[in-house]
Design a protein around this ligand. Structure first.
Ligand code: CMP
Length: 139
């Protein structure tokens, strides 16, 4: 994946609360185009693999339980400077620290249930996108 792409998930809390449409609208309004999109649910082993980098952290079990409790929307997004610009759009991991108007300030409820994921580097964007999508699902 080239560096003008990032990977996102709309997490189970935001899906449960009916925010899929509003979040996709904000993503498009911010100038991102959607090059891959999937409504799916992670299995426990998939969530453990996706978040393997956090497996020694105290919140790992809660994170896996949360991310597997219901469906998510996974997407690959394209825009110049995608990784950094998307992290600006979603705001800080903790919604109480997220800037006004960001997706997490609007839709997240807590540090653990924070509505959306955004890749933290070009390298991880490529890894995370490939985790969820085959080549023929990316446009
Ligand atoms: P995200 O950055 O998308 O991916 C890792 C997730 O772990 C993060 O969102 C939070 O949902 C969660 N997380 C990170 N730090 C904490 C924490 N201190 N307590 C609970 N959950 C956390």
């Amino acid at each position: 994946m080239s560096s003008n792409r990032t990977f996102t998930m709309i997490k189970p809390d935001a899906v449960e609360n009916g925010h899929i449409g509003a979040i996709l609208e904000k993503i498009n309004a911010a100038g991102f185009s959607i090059v891959a999109l999937k409504y799916t649910q992670l299995s426990i082993s998939e969530a453990e693999a996706f978040y393997a980098v956090h497996k020694e952290r105290p919140f790992f079990g809660d994170l896996v339980t949360f991310m597997t409790r219901g469906p998510i929307v996974a997407a690959i997004l394209e825009k110049e400077n995608a990784v950094a610009d998307f992290r600006m759009l979603i705001g800080a991991t903790n919604p109480s620290e997220a800037a006004e108007g960001t997706i997490r300030a609007l839709y997240a409820t807590s540090m653990g249930e924070n509505a959306v994921h955004g890749s933290d580097s070009d390298e991880n964007a490529a890894i995370e996108g490939a985790f969820h999508f085959s080549g023929r699902e990316i446009f």
